[in-house]
Design a protein around this ligand. Structure first.
Ligand SMILES: *Cc1c(COP(=O)(O)O)cnc(C)c1O
Length: 220
């Protein structure tokens, strides 16, 4: 079995199945095409220009996910085709996504990125910020964005208990939002957590979507 098949089998055997986002950043088109030909259609990219280029060169039934830090002035380039934006880390960005999505008359799914890692360099909301922000923004007016869950990245460390704690924290935030602000909204259901080095811990902690690059494609 290839690594792709092996991971997919593992994720599909989970109940409910977990979505695999193959993180294809820095990978050339030929390599992505091979994985597409092997039947995989969900890819994640973290740079706007690279994503745009790949979108134009690859078959149109691919679901492209944007997983990086997105600057508001670049939303317009990916709005026409992006399937899910994982890294929404401000309400200013959410409003811009809504504006660009409206221009394209297409609703864009988004995840609220939470800051769970110890490192200060990782982007995302603090828990209090997200609750406060949601109270102050008129989501009903943002008709072209749909918040479908949360995303986070754990600290890059060998300390398993720390990673578990951070994923547990993201899960808890998800549950709090699900039973609070997003009560009754069935579309609010995703927890995007887990990468090559920690996806198994993420699954144990309740991940619904893993973002895996190097384990599938080899080292970048
Ligand atoms: C690069 C990246 C990944 C994948 O990382 P790997 O360790 O190669 O699996 C996942 N999520 C984000 C946000 C990334 O930037």
């Amino acid at each position: 079995m290839t690594k792709l098949q092996e991971i997919k089998t593992q994720l599909n055997n989970h109940n409910p199945p977990i979505t695999l986002v193959a993180v294809s950043k820095t990978q050339p088109i030929e390599v992505i095409r091979q994985m597409y030909d092997a039947g995989h259609k969900i890819f994640g990219e973290n740079r706007v220009q690279e994503l745009e280029e790949k979108y134009h060169k690859m078959p149109k039934d691919i679901e492209w996910h944007f997983i990086g830090h997105l600057q508001t002035n670049k939303v317009k380039y990916i709005a026409p085709f992006v399937h899910l934006i994982h890294g929404v880390d401000s309400f200013k960005l959410l409003k811009e996504i809504n504006k660009q999505a409206a221009k394209n008359d297409h609703t864009i799914d988004c995840l609220l990125q939470m800051h769970i890692a110890e490192e200060s360099s990782k982007f995302g909301f603090d828990e209090s910020e997200v609750f406060e922000g949601l109270q102050n923004v008129d989501l009903e007016a943002l008709k072209y964005v749909r918040i479908v869950g949360v995303m986070g990245m754990a600290t890059y460390t060998d300390d398993i208990s720390q990673i578990k704690r951070e994923f547990g924290q993201l899960r808890a935030t998800f549950e709090a939002l699900k039973s609070g602000f997003f009560e009754g909204k069935d579309s609010f259901k995703e927890i995007s957590m887990g990468m090559s080095g920690d996806y198994e811990l993420a699954i144990e902690a309740g991940s619904t979507m893993v973002r895996i690059g190097s384990l599938l494609f080899g080292k970048r």
